[in-house]
Design a protein around this ligand. Sequence first.
Ligand code: ZN
Length: 677
Amino acid sequence: MSNPLLEAHPLPPFSRIEPGHAEPAIRQLIERNKQAVEQLLKANDTYSWENLLAPLEQLDDELAQAFSPISHMNSVTNSEAMREAYNACLPLLSEYGTWTGQHERLCQAYQQIAESEEFGALDDARRKTIENALRDFRLAGVSLPPAQKARYAELRKRLSELGSQFGENVLDATNAWSRRASREELSGLPETALSSAREAARKAGYDDYLINLEFPSYSPVLLYCENRELREEVYTANCTRASDQGPSAGNWDNAAIIEETLTLRLELAGLLGFANYSELSLATKMAESTDQVMGFLEQLADQARPQAQREWEELQAFAGEEYGVTSVEAWDVSFYSEKLRQSRYQVSQEDIRPYLPITRALAGLFRVVHRLYGLEIREVESFDSYHSDARLFEVLREGELIARFYLDLYARADKRGGAWMDDCRVRRWREGSLQIPVAYLVCNFTPPVGEQPALLTHSELTTLFHEFGHGLHHMLTRQTVAAVSGINGVAWDAVELPSQFLENWCWERESLALISGHHETGEALPDPLLEKLLAARNFQSAMMLVRQLELALFDFRLHRDWGTAGVSSVQAVLDEVRDQVAVVFPPEFNRFQNSFSHIFAGGYAAGYYSYKWAEVLSADAFSRFEEEGIFNRATGDDFRRNILETGGSRDPMELFVAFRGRAPDIGPLLRHSGITH
Ligand code: ZN
């Protein structure tokens, strides 16, 4: 039986891929790769790029190409069968990762190449690939003595169990709470939120309204519900999930899981020779030391806190004067903030929509990247697709085809929420010819109705630019080794630079003239609307910034100090951080940390700071365009060459300095956020 996942194709043969192809293909390729690794190691005494690493790279790229369409289809055309097929592949891939990561002879072979005369003569990409691999061998515990290696495996396994238990507890606690409400109790909610609540009630067999702790349900209550007691109830239920407080106190409590996780992470870091888990986290990041990260976050906090305090006082004054509220509580903050925002700016996302039809937005996006980087983008009319919404485009520069991307814009039932960029093919040499990069760009916009094109909100437009920015990082790369091609090998805290960077063109008058056009009249976004949009951009930005800094500092300090320097209370660390940076203090019973999945069930442990770190880079990179012209082609070419084309082949700080002419400065981020003194 032929399996399309085992054949070489320039683009995935989607129409022929069945869920049943997935596991057998992945199993077979992994088995083949393992045998090939052993054979290659045996076949030579002296290793080189050509006799070992080039063939390995080819093998792993074939595995990646087989898995990529499975992963993509699982996300965008999900079915029970596809989910099972996908889930069956995950443990195989993870086992293969551990097998290679702890392969001592393979590691020694890399080491031998790194110490050989050949190494100095290799290009940046190949040297960086070898250096990264050696680092990752070390982080996988390859050189530990047997007893410690066994302990390492135990720790990894237990930590992964704790992570999934944490996530399951959050999910169970979220699902456990719901509340019926009358129409009167929900007074103030917009029509869309009301009809969702009515629909939820109907499904549960009630004839009134039902609210729960999923974001689309509780968020409108906190923003719009006039009923203060109900806001308090929802706020309390939400911020005490999986803890010893609130309506489900003691059920699914994550406190012990958090403590065990922190203790085991510290032990793991120790095994690998790091003083704490924050140090271990930084081993693969752009930031160089825990002091540097702390200094960075504290500097931002010092700059933002005075304004955050003023914004908070302003909100309290507004709630007092307009609504007679003497004490603004945690469950009032969003509600009065929304009232203040409306009274000040009178602009809603809905007002902007008619000016941002998707046809115009896409054409505008393509014109922006044409002016910046000289790209020509054209649609491919006929191709093998997985869904009628998916489109395929080609990217050309100076007449040469350099990349392709799939664009899948609209929400539908079998598609995962959110927006993302993923790779389908990476740029590299494949059997003597160049494999050009292919990206998947996925969004979840509201689909078009009838003849009218889909109309975007401004925040959806920003999402489109953001993902396209990631896409350009992947597609414009000039690297030819998979491990550092495109976004591969780019440090976690630098990878959001190109994406956040491109968002800036959604906020400039000159570019909005290209991007916007009323879907009936073609008229560009009128000035008064634009002015309001720009003015509203930084509403309460300092308050939001200090909240993000609170999370980042809590995460980083907790992972640095836990189990050392006498730190053994999660709540105590959080309280100290709040004293240092917060302006709004939550009530005693708040246990937000018990549902902080980013750091306890996701990949952000001692890495939450990355969001702000990358934002500083992107704002500062853009500031050069503000100085030299946002459509200055020379500046665009400089960004393309130094950042987008170079990808992971060189140190991100070197690349930034090469583009900006100096180290990153936090000034532009503060200025763009409207933070002044
Ligand atoms: Zn992103």
